[in-house]
Design a protein around this ligand. Structure first.
Ligand code: DGJ
Length: 731
């Protein structure tokens, strides 16, 4: 049993293979958080709680003489608001009488087999017998607000999922202005925050700093999880490294605006509150109605950041991504975007495909520009009719020609948007988010469709499912190229506009649910101007996401490094593009571009016809290598061997087969030096007694030697040289 409720005391302990999590409801019904960390069995940890008579921290009315009992200093599982805890709260509730208050007290707990589901939201699933659910009910007796806390305990995965359901059990309408998914109060310890910030073309840059007193907020109010802040944070003890030390993560399974707040309190406890963005959020809850807050995935590691990342990578692969493609080798693709942008006709696409096929590429992806009046990015989105004049043929004819080469065909779409000037906009101007009387802000000359309207979702479902039914399409790239402004739904009354952004996400999820269920064999790739929506919510529908619009291999080292902290390598969309690179102007060798793209789904995004014969030969070789690497990318273990942000000489990583029978060490020199010091690496995750042959030197040695004494590489000069070293077990 992974959930234990002590008969006498009511102490509840959640067990995973290597961690324990404990809570307890006291005589007042306040649900204390006692512990999250390395396994302690069912030891009762109430003794570790610290209570003090802390000035200006109020005491509950019924306990006013018990000066050491304050909601402001106790660690709690989920907080109310307005009744004595001044730290960041889980809730902001306006009651029918106008008061802003919720006083949540324990009303019961039960253990259920399997994993709970969340209505309308992506969430982790159970593959059978892996998970137990704890349901805890908290209630405000004055208003009747009920909060159901859900815990999914994945014992072997060392993951605890959390979510909250808020039900109006009273007789008047209440307004939720904030409804967090979870709170984690860490009573002790000093923590550093590791988070992943960025911008378009430079996503998920890790940044680590001690948490100061006060509140730190990581979030997005852009209507998308965003390029700017990923909905994932790690708290690490100051000395935690890749291979040692305690750290824990909190990852939202949500793709819209979000907020993760961390507060170090007056008594040095640390509170983390995570949930959807609450800047403009306001949800009206009529009597009897329930609001579901998105899921958060918690994981804890005592063995450093590398192990924590692997816990997340495995969990997302096994329990978040549903696609039939999740463990299947992905086809090597060619995408025409950086080869042609929107300047193409059917013949150009066919010729690119033909050349790619000759070199071993398996899938031709036709990117933006094939529909409506879409010759540049100022028009066309919304009119999903094939531009046959531009193609010079029907889409079906183009697909048949490409399939005739022995290739599959994939297509780009951006369904959530509309451009003014399209037939869709003319027919339904009210389907775009915009505020009456104001000219809406534009992003890439497009407006955002109001996905919260069921008729918009139905229309997109009809349009896209017809396209997919009528054409032989094996892959879809689902793009989204601006953030939300002028968030106003013409379908909602004035007092419900605070629901529009979250309803948008629910509409997106509903559409994706329908399409991915109907077309399960399609390989869906998520995208938002690269990795602007690279999150666990999207991975529930898409097994891979285009990682960044920056295809520069050297920049990608950092972007892919940051992404690996939380996300599986098999989900990282990565391509070899042209040199000089279109984003940075840098020229990196073709081999280096391929080595970097192999730490991902792998494909090409350039006009292969322009390459020399020697380069073409190299591509044939790369594709053969990639086929060997793919099983490691899909199922293997991933180790960051260097810190891509601070190690300025070279970046290295290792992929290892699940049975440690083979490993691939990849090294890219980012700053070659005269009279260089050696490139020396210690491998990880090998079988200590296994004998491994080094593909570079032919030398055979033990796994323990490779992990302790390591590998030394020959001198590397030139611009950004890259090396791959296979370590194959030979015993
Ligand atoms: C942004 C994507 O990230 C690119 O790969 C490309 O598909 C363009 N959009 C097309 O408009």
């Amino acid at each position: 049993m992974s959930i234990h409720i002590a008969q006498q005391t009511g102490v509840i302990t959640l067990h995973t293979a290597r961690t324990s999590y404990q809570m307890w409801a006291d005589e007042q019904g306040v649900l204390h958080h006692l512990y999250y960390g390395p396994s302690v069995g069912n030891a009762d940890l109430r003794d570790t709680e610290f209570r003090s008579d802390c000035g200006f921290s109020p005491n509950p009315g019924e306990l006013h003489l018990q000066r050491d009992y304050s909601l402001d200093t106790l660690c709690q599982e989920y907080t109310g608001c307005g009744v004595g805890d001044f730290r960041v709260s889980c809730l902001n509730v306006q009651n029918p009488d106008g008061s802003i208050a919720a006083d949540l007290r324990f009303a019961g707990a039960e253990v259920l087999p399997g994993k709970y589901a969340l209505p309308g939201l992506p969430a982790a699933f159970d593959n059978g017998g892996e998970c137990e659910t704890l349901r805890v009910t908290l209630r405000d007796d004055v208003t009747g607000l009920t909060v159901t806390l859900l815990y999914g305990v994945y014992e072997q995965a060392d993951v605890i999922t959390r979510a909250a359901l808020l039900q109006n059990g009273g007789s008047g309408v209440i307004r939720l202005r904030k409804a967090a998914s979870a709170c984690l109060d860490l009573p002790f310890g000093e923590w550093e925050l590791l988070h992943f910030h960025g911008r378009h073309c430079m996503e998920r840059q890790p940044e680590r700093a001690p948490l100061p007193h006060g509140v730190q907020v990581i979030g997005s109010g852009r209507g998308a999880s965003s390029h700017h802040h990923n909905p994932f944070v790690i708290l690490a003890e100051p000395h935690a490294t890749e291979t040692a030390g305690e750290c824990l993560g909190a990852m939202l399974v949500y793709s819209g605006s979000f907020r993760i707040e961390m507060e170090v309190s007056q008594l040095h406890s640390t509170r983390l509150v995570a949930g959807l963005g609450d800047g403009t959020f306001c949800w009206t809850l009529a009597p009897g109605e329930t609001f579901a807050a998105p899921e958060v995935l918690f994981s804890y590691s005592s063995d450093g950041l590398g192990e924590l990342s692997r816990q997340y990578q495995r969990f997302l692969r096994d329990n978040i991504i549903r696609s039939t493609w999740k463990a299947r080798p992905r086809p090597i693709l060619i995408n025409n975007w950086e080869a042609t942008y929107m300047n193409f006709d059917g013949e150009t696409i066919y010729r690119i495909a033909r050349q790619a096929r000759e070199l071993g590429v398996e899938l031709m992806v036709l990117d933006d520009g094939w529909f409506g009046r879409r010759d540049n990015d100022t028009s066309g989105l919304g009119d999903w009719q094939v531009n046959e004049k531009k193609l010079g043929c029907t889409l079906a004819e183009l697909i048949e020609r490409i399939r005739g080469l022995g290739m599959d065909f994939g297509l780009w779409v951006e369904p959530e948007m509309v451009c003014p000037g399209t037939a869709l906009y003319a027919a339904h101007p009210d389907w775009a988010l915009s505020i009456p009387g104001r000219t809406p802000a534009m992003g890439r000359s497009q407006l955002v469709l109001d996905m919260g309207r069921p008729e918009v979702v139905d229309y997109l479902y009809e349009t896209l499912s017809a396209l997919l039914r009528e054409n032989h399409i094996s892959y879809v790239k689902w793009d989204m190229n601006r953030n939300m402004t002028d968030v106003f739904s013409r379908a909602l009354p004035a007092d419900r506009q605070g629901e529009a952004a979250h309803r948008y996400m629910l509409g997106v999820y509903a559409l994706l649910e329908r399409l991915t269920a109907e077309f399960p064999d399609i390989l869906w790739e998520g995208c938002s101007g690269g990795g602007g929506r690279f999150d666990a919510g999207m991975l529930h529908y898409f097994p891979q996401i285009w990682c960044s619009d920056d295809t520069d291999a050297i920049q990608r080292l950092k972007i892919q490094y940051g992404t690996s902290f939380g996300y599986p390598i098999s989900a990282v969309g990565s391509h070899v593009s042209a040199a000089p690179n279109h984003q940075t102007g840098r020229t990196a060798p073709l081999n280096t571009r391929a080595v970097v793209a192999m730490a991902g789904t792998f494909g090409y995004e350039l006009d292969l016809q322009l390459l020399s014969e020697a380069e073409k030969q190299d591509i044939r070789r790369q594709i053969a290598v990639c086929k060997q690497v793919q099983p490691l990318v899909l199922q293997g273990r991933y180790d960051r061997l260097t810190d891509a942000m601070t190690d300025t000489y070279f970046t290295a990583w290792q992929l290892t087969a699940p049975d440690a029978a083979a490993a691939l060490v990849s090294v890219v020199v980012v700053d070659p030096k005269p009279n260089p010091w050696p490139i020396h690496l210690r491998c990880r995750g090998l079988a200590p007694d296994g004998l491994y042959k080094n593909s570079l030197t032919g030398h055979v040695t033990t796994g323990s030697a490779l992990m302790a004494a390591g590998l030394t590489l020959p001198m590397q000069t030139g611009d950004y040289p890259a090396t791959q070293i296979w370590l194959e077990r030979v015993d």
